[in-house]
Write a protein that binds this ligand. Sequence first.
Ligand code: F6P
Length: 323
Amino acid sequence: MKKIGVFTSGGDAPGMNACIRAIVRAAVYHGVEVYGIHRGYKGMIKGEIYKMDSHTVSNIIQKGGTILRSARSKEFLTPEGRKQAYEQLQKHEIEGLVCIGGDGTFTGANIFFEEYGVPIVGAPGTIDNDLYGTDYTIGYDTAVNTALDAIDKIRDTADSHDRVFFIEVMGRDSGYIAIPCAIGGGAEIVMIPEAETSIENVVDALRTGWNRSKTSFIVIIAEGDEAGNASQVAAQVQEALPHMDARVTILGHVQRGGAPTAADRMLASQLGIACVEGLLEGQKCVMAGIINGDLVYTPFIETITKDKLINPHFVKMVNILSV
Ligand code: F6P
């Protein structure tokens, strides 16, 4: 393989730049030409493809976002869009791809490989940490620390005003961000999609705390929780406990930005090299991940169809620690 392309797709995540850097430098190290494809599948279709070298990725390891830009492409979901993307790769004589993204990115990669046989190796880049085949995804550690920093600040004001705060964190359908935010942030309650939570239980827990002379509370709600979003949960709780002063904070996209932590830079660098070396060794339609310290290549189809379960004990931990 003499020429490869690299792109980021889906929601950006801190550490994507560190991963791009590792991919480009590993390619150069192994004597392979590398092309950056801008704006993910969208840019691939349009032919936004530019040559990169080791200088192109200087001074980016510490930067959030992605220098290659990112997008979610509706066109790539169509056979016509994928045909155009393939033609662009042929035009640039690109023989293999490295993608950095989450399940949407890997769903696209999987079908593209099935249809056109272009070998693709992926690095898990999403703040959600919801991908089967790796203990951690690139960006997760940074996002959790960013959220935690905000929660610490909210705790100060919650305490000063004797308030209950309902804080919504990201994670799509998973509670991976919510759990360490709740445990690390000293929350009284955590609500995640993987565990059943009723409003009655939340009300009971807050009432019990109040009767034990607690005056401020933090409730962490994963955005995908079945009970609803933070505003909906807060409204119902406020109705049942009118003496409590409730406030809502949605942390939102602040969790997606910022300089990657050391752990994310390390993971991104390790997986970036693993993607290029995997591709050169003949891997074709897989994601590189780290499980228990070992490098593992998992077929894309497994990463998108298998669930990465959360240990339910973590929810109990929040209850124990807030007694
Ligand atoms: O997948 C990352 C993520 O930030 C999710 O946590 C969130 O649900 C989603 O992306 C938001 O997507 P967008 O940036 O398109 O609004």
